[in-house]
Design a protein around this ligand. Structure first.
Ligand SMILES: NC(=O)c1ccc[n+]([C@@H]2O[C@H](COP(=O)([O-])OP(=O)(O)OC[C@H]3O[C@@H](n4cnc5c(N)ncnc54)[C@H](O)[C@@H]3O)[C@@H](O)[C@H]2O)c1
Length: 343
C-alpha cells in the first residue's frame, strides 16, 4: 500500500498533541508539509517532523505531493480552508466544530461530493473505549429503553491549552463564533447522537458569557435536549470547571444505568436494575489534563478511510447534524424558547 502524504494546517495544540503525533506513529503516513502563520511555530514543527514549512495555506494546497490535509485552525477558517483543500483535490480531516453555520457545513459536504474526496470531522469522543462499549451495550438491548441522560464536558478553559494562551482565538467571537459550546458542547452532542442512535429534535438552553473576565464568547452552558423517541436529558459545556475536567456521561435505561468517564478507575460502570454492578477498566479518555497523549484513534480512522476508500464514521453529514444541535441551542438562548433542531 502506498503511503498517505499529509499536510497539517495550523500547528497549535491539537496539531501538536494529536494530529502530528498520531500521523507520525502511523506507518502508512508521510508528513509532507506543515503550515502556520506564526513563523517560529511552523519552523519548529517542520524541523521536528522533517516536513516543509509554509505560512500561507494556499501554497500547501498547490502541492501535488499532498494527498490529505488536517485542518487544525480556528473555527472561522474550518469551512473556507476545507472547501479550498477539497477543490484542490485533497482529502480533509477537519477539526470540530465543523463550521460556523449550516450553509458552510453544506458547502463543505458539496465540495467533498463534487471532488469525490473524503471529508471527516474530528469528533474523537466516538472512539473512546468506554463510549464504544456503551454504544454496543445499548445496541444489544442490554440497557433496555432509554429514558434520560446527563452529560458534561467542562474544564478551566482553553487559556491553559491553546498555543496562544489568554490571547487565543478561542476567546474572540469573530474567530471562534462559538465558545465552550463549540469547543466542548458539540463533542457531547455528537457523542449522544452516536450512543443513543437517534437524532435530537428539540432544545432549551441557558448559555452564558461571564465565567471569564476576558473574551466575548459563551463559556458556561446547560441545555435540555429531547430526542426523536422522547429521551430527555441535559448537556453542560463549560470553561468554569476550574479545579479539574469533567468529561462524564450518564445514561438512564430501563434495565441499567451507564456511568461513563465518571469514576477515576473505571471508565464504564454498568449498574443493572437487578442489583448487579459491572465495572470496566477500559483505559483513560484523552483530556487536556493529561496533555492528550493517548491515541485518539481519529487520525488512524481517517487514514484508513482514505487508503481503503471507505466512508469515515464521522463524515460531513454527521458533523453537520452535531453542529445543528449547537446552533439550535444558541437560537434557543437568543429567543428564550424551546427550539426545533433541523434534521
Ligand atoms: N478534537 C478535539 O478534542 C479538539 C481539542 C482541542 C481543539 N480542537 C479544535 O482544533 C482547532 C484548533 O485548536 P487548537 O486547540 O489547536 O488551537 P491553538 O490556538 O492551539 O492553535 C491554532 C493555530 O492555528 C494557527 N493559525 C491561525 N490562523 C491561521 C492561518 N490563517 N493559517 C495557518 N495557521 C493559522 C495559529 O497560529 C495557531 O498556531 C479548533 O477548531 C478547535 O476547536 C479540537
Amino acid at each position: 500500500m502506498s503511503k498517505l502524504r499529509v499536510a497539517v494546517i495550523g500547528c497549535g495544540s491539537i496539531a501538536k498533541y494529536r494530529h502530528l503525533i498520531e500521523y507520525d506513529q502511523n506507518a502508512n503516513v508521510e508528513i509532507v508539509a506543515v503550515c502556520d502563520i506564526v513563523e517560529d511555530r511552523v519552523n519548529e514543527t517542520a524541523e521536528k517532523y522533517n516536513a516543509k514549512a509554509f505560512t500561507n495555506y494556499e501554497e500547501v494546497l498547490k502541492l501535488d505531493e499532498v494527498d490529505a490535509i488536517s485542518v487544525c485552525l480556528p473555527n472561522y477558517l474550518h469551512a473556507p480552508v476545507s472547501i479550498a483543500a477539497l477543490n484542490a483535490g485533497k482529502h480533509v480531516l477537519c477539526e470540530k466544530p465543523m463550521a460556523t453555520s449550516r450553509v458552510e457545513a453544506e458547502q463543505m459536504i458539496e465540495a467533498a461530493e463534487k471532488n469525490n474526496k473524503k471529508l471527516m470531522i474530528a469528533h474523537n469522543q466516538r472512539f473512546v473505549a468506554s463510549h464504544q462499549k456503551a454504544r454496543a451495550l445499548i445496541e444489544s438491548g442490554a440497557i433496555g429503553k432509554i429514558h434520560s441522560f446527563r452529560t458534561a464536558f467542562g474544564h478551566g478553559g482553553p487559556e491553559g491549552w491553546s498555543a496562544d494562551g489568554k490571547d487565543s482565538w478561542f476567546f474572540k467571537k469573530e474567530e471562534a463564533f462559538i465558545g465552550a459550546m463549540g469547543d466542548l458542547g458539540v463533542h457531547k452532542a455528537d457523542l449522544l447522537r452516536y450512543l443513543l442512535g437517534e437524532e435530537f429534535v428539540e432544545v432549551a438552553s441557558m448559555i452564558e458569557t461571564g465565567a471569564k473576565d476576558f473574551g466575548d464568547v459563551d463559556d458556561n452552558a446547560v441545555c435540555i435536549l429531547k430526542s426523536e423517541s422522547g429521551i430527555i436529558g441535559t448537556l453542560a459545556a463549560s470553561w468554569a470547571y476550574t479545579a479539574g475536567e469533567d468529561n462524564s456521561t450518564i445514561i438512564y435505561g430501563e434495565k441499567a444505568i451507564l456511568r461513563l468517564e465518571d469514576d477515576p478507575n473505571y471508565s464504564l460502570i454498568v449498574q443493572y436494575t437487578n442489583g448487579e454492578v459491572v465495572k470496566y477498566e477500559l483505559g483513560a479518555i484523552q483530556s487536556n489534563d493529561s496533555g492528550g497523549q493517548t491515541t485518539s484513534h481519529t487520525i488512524n480512522h481517517f487514514v484508513e478511510a482514505v487508503l481503503e476508500d471507505k466512508e469515515p464514521l464521522i463524515n460531513g453529514e454527521e458533523g453537520m447534524k452535531s453542529l445543528e444541535v449547537i446552533l439550535a441551542s444558541l437560537e434557543s438562548m437568543e429567543t428564550k424558547t424551546f427550539t426545533k433542531i433541523k434534521a
